[in-house]
Structures are given as C-alpha cells and as structure tokens.
Design a protein around this ligand. Sequence first.
Ligand code: FES
Ligand SMILES: [Fe+2]
Length: 436
Amino acid sequence: MLTREENELLCRVGPDAPMGGMLRRYWLPAIVSSELAADGAPKRVSLLGEKLVAFRDSRGVVGLLDESCPHRGASLVLGRNEECGIRCLYHGWKIDTGGNVTETPPEPEDSSFGARIRTTSYPVEERGGFVWAYMGPAGTMPPPLDFEWTAGPDTHRVIIKVRAACNWLQTLEGVIDSAHSNFLHADLLVGTAGVSTTHLKDDGAFARPSNDGRPKIEVEDTPYGFKYAAIRRPMVDADTKKYVRITHFIAPIFAIFPAAAGLVNMQMFVPLDDENTMHYFVKLSLGDPIDDRQREIHMKRAGTRMGLEIDEDYNMLRNSENLWLQDRAAMESGASITGINGVTTQDVVMQESMGPIYDRTKEHLGASDAALIRMRRLMLDSVRRFTADGTPPLGLAEPIDYALIHARERLIPVDAPWQSIDDPDPSTGLIEAHRR
Ligand code: FES
Ligand SMILES: [Fe+2]
C-alpha cells in the first residue's frame, strides 16, 4: 500500500511533476522508426504529458518538435513534410528538425524575424528499430541505451505496440509480477512435463516446466534497479529441482524477462501522459530472421493484430465502454479462461480495468507482490533524492553495460542459490558484432 502522496509522486509525469522531471533524464522510446518515412506523413507523439510531432525529413533525419506551430499554434501534424522541413498549413511557416524557423512566407522579403525563433526540438537517436528521445536539460544527457536486442537487425525483431489507457506505473507493475502468469495467461502458458525451459508450441501457446501458481519471489538490487527470481516447483523431480525465472527491472520503464528458446524479450512502458502509456513488447530472434508468417503468429499471440484487435493509432478495439469485448461464451464453453485472447491484450485489459490512475491506498499486497513493492521503493527513493539534492536518478550514477543483462530461466537443484543461473556473459555474438 502507498500513501496518497507517494502514489501521486510515482504516477504523475508532466513537466512540473517530480517524476516527470526525473524521467526526462533518461532516453525514452518515442516512436518506431519504420513509422516515419522520408518526406512522409508526420506522426503525433505524446511523451511525458507533452504533445509532439515526429517526422523524417528529405535527408532521412528525424525531428521531434512541439506539435504546436511557433507562429500561432496550428498543429504541425497536419503540415506538409517537404524539402527538409515541415511546413505549417496555416501560413506556410517552415520548421526544420532542429526546431529552426527557416521560412515565414507572409512576412516582408527582407524580414529576419523567423531566424530569431526556435521551437522546442528534442534530441533523438535511432537504434534497435526505435526513435529514442531525450527531453531533459542539455548537459545531463546519458549515453543512448544499447541493449542486446537493439544490436540485432530489423529482420530479426518483432515490435508489438499497443496503447494502454492508464497510468504507466500499473503497466510496469504487470511485468514484475510473475504470479499473474498462472492465472491471467493460463490459456497460453501451459505447464508441461518433460520440458526444461519455455518453448513455443505449434498451436501458438508456450510450454513451460511448471504449473505452480505459488511462486516464491526473491529480489536482489542491481545498479540499474533489481533482478528478481520467481521460484516454482517443476512438474517433474519437484523434490530435487526448482524452476527459476529471473526478470530484470531496469529503471525507469524497462524489463527483460526470460523468452522462449531462441528469443530475447524486452517490455517498455512509455508514459504518454498521466493516464496513457505506450506498451512495447520487443522480441529479437537470436537465430534466423523472423518471416511474415512468424510475425503474424507473434501478433496473434499478443492479441495486437492491426485492424482486428488494434486500430492504426495502436488503440485496442476493446475498451472500458464495451467491457473489453470479453467473450463470456468462450469462457462458458471452456475455450478460454478469460474470454480475452492474446497475452499482451490480457495484461493491458487488466491494467486498464484498474482505472486511469489506480489508487494504491486501497490495495492489499501479499508475498507474491514483493518485486513490485521493491520497484516502487527504489523509484520513490530515487525521485525524492533527485528532487531534493540532484542525486542522479536510479541507474544513471555510473555507466552500465545494458547489453550484458540477460534474463535466464532454468531447472536447478533445490538447494542451489537462484543467482547461480545468472551468467553475466553475453549469450550471443550480436553485441560484439555490433561494436566492431
Ligand atoms: S500557425 Fe503555423 S504558420 Fe501560422
Ligand atoms: Fe502478463
């Protein structure tokens, strides 16, 4: 349980909120790179309570500007993206990716008026198939994030993207909460005797070596947040072995958790404003490229097929008004436990159903909530110290080699420490190849 003050402190992300100030010190994913074509349609982006426009200019350079035209405020999302800038439809002002006003056509020919005007333009970096933005003050920009999955080529990556109509914290809490997987995802995560790690099955579900719904949660702090183990009794050899899954929370919005064999997983929960979050689920294949058919299976399993389950702006067709289109008939027939198809959709529906900003003065946390309790404590401590005396935010005090963070799962002897499976060596040659 949190106090009202603590809940507000954690949840609010606007420019004047303490958490908003701290989150602006990190690189955050703003949009997927492939959504922006050179001289193509500008895209509306919300980030930390600010309304922005993203576009790729004629040279391929991405700009991330205030959505509002610096002349008199018309939306630049409606603008023409041409000849190295975005031209406002209203009076033809043109703004480049750096936020410079390069043309003001209605002004006298000898006017230098535009040259003195600059609009908000945030620094961006492209890596891992994303445009990342830095919205903090100049001079405090950390190095861009290099995860294992950002090093892989686009052909090997699937990006699942869906907007959750709720606060970012409740979406992040979903991924550091192993216990819910036995219930909410029971249709798609199937305890299977004889497997030693999570495997994709032909029917689109996952087989894993345990169906134990009472995982023991143990947490250990790291310089970037923490790692935690969910420890379960396996279906085979339960007296001599335990099934351990390790998930890493990486401040402020990231989690790496064990993937099915041959894949790397990451989830990112980008606060758009106080009541909306972009949920990204990235999977990287460590082997072959991911072909169109496999891509379709990943999207179907997530429940995020465009046109069928989400619209072009990544909103779910399910929402609070239509009771998330829950299929009670499928529940009655036994075809579905939840009446909601798709792992990601199931998560987002639960999180939206908690309300736009969940009131954590009302909750009752148990032993299985240990990891999210730790996350809140670390983030509260960090935001309080950052606000009080400028202490660097969690994970930014020292350089961190994010590419070495791996999420493991394994069956190990019951008396072995769970940390013994957390091998720090890179599991692939991807990172080395990328750095050469
Ligand atoms: S409002 Fe954009 S050019 Fe006038
Ligand atoms: Fe989940």
